[in-house]
Write a protein that binds this ligand. Structure first.
Ligand code: KIV
Ligand code: ZN
Length: 518
């Protein structure tokens, strides 16, 4: 029987470290539920010691997720590990993932520790974790740039201390496929007790080779776990893309000869959910989940596909969850039809109150848009969804705007600030600019907008606009997403959503954490 390849998803931890991708507890919970539907083996839900918010999010995920293993990251110290253990405790399957840097550069310049101190600390951390939990993963950060002799000593020692998974990160995306694959192979050959642990790969995409490197780590190196994120989300150029790993291993089973536990039909819903929540739009030509991934524009291709599908297609769109745009509901649809479609789409709704609130938003949308697609229903539950409602400090109520050729546009926005309603008005270069100025006139955040983008959720001019804005202030970067058939209103909602995130507390980033936190 073929070996199993373990899919370890770190969208909620390494993915969340992308500038502006930080998520609320409810958003993380929604993504975790989707990851469970996707049947990922391990969900790295966060970094418990980084903030109370992340601790609470991991704990909520641990209380909810039954099938996947729930994992928390922890630096190699007792305090971090104790926090991680406490956060994952409610999960039926749980893991602690502890790490410390092992490259000469990181040890000397970042940690200011000697190699012997690092070795000692790694062993102590793993032993401490193993006293309380059976499933312990260890990562030598910047492992790929570490001295092989020293790395082998560390890995042998942490296996002896009880590590059950050894993950070898290419933290800075420096690897090339054959070399990274051979590196994993060399470690497995040289570490005497290497057969006592599962080997894992964790690659960053700085040179665009994260997926290729991970697959080489599996094929050449013999790794049996891949760490990855939905849409390749992650700091800088991102992490290994889950959807590409899964479909490569599945489509080229003849070559990889590995089993996967994944339900691939949940890939596209997961991609849309993550993109909608984080505001990281998927490029149209992105493999598997890009809007053009299965679209044939050239006449020769279209002709070939019509005659025999496999002339130009190696995967089927429906196998990864692409569904033809279906008109599902409209203005006359009732609550039961709405509820049934929500259930068919697998959208979790906790209570009747939540469903009623979503149905009210649906009716409001149906008044302005005659055909409601699956994507529209999903959007009702994402940016302005039920889960987020109580948390919003700033909340959009309504707006009006005026624009005429040759005249300066103006906008009036009505929104709530900590529950109290305000009305604010401003003029601007265009209606979007005017609406943002109106909000700023009241809030005075002083944030700088570094990105503004509009995307159509479904096709046609009647489609809902999905607007993403990225704001930066005092070194923090946040994204906000808003949807509405009126793109000016979508822009105001996106801006308020970004302001809500600025209102939240900052989190620690494990890679940039200070020495005294170790
Ligand atoms: O890239 C990296 O080194 C990491 C570790 C913390 C596993 O994300
Ligand atoms: Zn990483």
């Amino acid at each position: 029987m073929a070996d199993k390849l373990i899919i370890f998803d770190t969208t909620l931890r390494d993915g969340e470290q992308s500038p502006g991708a930080s998520m609320t507890r409810e958003e993380k919970l929604r993504i975790a539920r989707q990851l469970e539907r996707l049947k990922v083996d391990v969900i790295e839900a966060g970094f418990a010691a980084s903030s109370n918010g992340d601790f609470e999010a991991i704990r909520a995920i641990a209380q909810t997720i039954k099938e996947s293993t729930v994992c928390s990251l922890a630096r190699a110290n007792d305090r971090d590990i104790a926090r991680a253990l406490e956060a994952v405790a409610p999960a039926p399957r749980r893991r602690v993932h502890t790490f410390i840097a092992t490259s000469a550069l990181h040890m000397e310049k970042k940690l200011r520790m000697t190699p012997e101190q690092v070795l000692d600390q790694a062993v102590r951390a793993v032993s401490f974790a193993r006293n309380s939990i059976d499933d312990v993963e260890f990562s030598p950060e910047d492992g790929y740039r570490s001295d092989p002799d020293f790395l082998c000593r560390v890995l042998e020692a942490v296996i002896k201390a009880g590590a059950t998974t050894l993950n070898i990160p290419d933290t800075v995306g420096y690897g090339v496929p054959a070399l990274y694959g051979e590196f994993i192979h060399m470690l497995r050959e040289r570490v005497p007790n290497s057969d006592k642990a599962i080997w894992s790969v964790h690659c960053h995409n700085d040179l665009g080779m994260a997926v290729a490197n991970s697959l080489a780590g599996v094929k050449i190196g013999g790794a049996r776990q891949v760490e990855c994120t939905i849409n390749g989300l992650g700091e800088r150029a991102g992490n290994t893309a889950l959807e590409e790993i899964v479909m490569a291993v599945r489509t080229r089973r003849d070559y990889f000869d590995l089993e996967l536990g994944i339900d691939a039909s949940q890939i596209v819903p997961a991609s849309k959910l993550v993109s909608g929540i984080t505001g990281f739009v998927v490029q149209p030509n992105k493999a598997v989940v890009g809007a053009n991934a299965f679209a044939h524009a050239s006449g020769i291709h279209q002709d070939g596909v019509l005659k025999a599908r496999d002339t130009y297609e190696i995967m089927r769109a429906e196998d990864v969850g692409w569904a033809a745009n279906k008109i599902v509901l409209g203005k006359l649809s009732g609550r039961n039809a709405f509820k049934q479609r929500v259930q068919e789409l697998g959208i979790p709704v906790e209570s009747d109150t939540d469903l009623n609130a979503a149905f009210t938003r649906f009716k409001d949308l149906a008044d302005r848009k005659s055909e409601i697609y699956d994507e529209d229903i999903q959007a009702l539950f994402s940016a302005d969804g039920v889960d987020g409602v109580e948390q919003e400090f700033y909340k959009f109520v309504s707006m009006s705007q005026y624009s005429e050729t040759g005249k300066r546009p103006s906008a009036r926005v009505r929104f709530t600030v900590g529950g109290a309603e305000v009305n604010s008005e401003a003029a601007g270069n265009g209606p979007v600019d005017a609406s943002i100025r109106a909000i700023e006139a009241e809030v005075g955040s002083g944030a700088e907008m570094v990105l503004y983008s509009v995307n159509a959720i479904s096709g046609g001019t009647e489609a809902q606009g999905e607007v993403t804005v990225r704001l930066t202030k005092a070194g923090r970067i946040v994204n906000g997403v808003g949807t509405d058939p009126d793109i000016v209103a979508a822009s105001a909602k996106a801006y308020l959503s970004a302001l809500n995130k600025l209102h939240d507390k900052t989190k620690l980033n494990p890679q940039t954490a200070e020495e005294d936190n170790i």
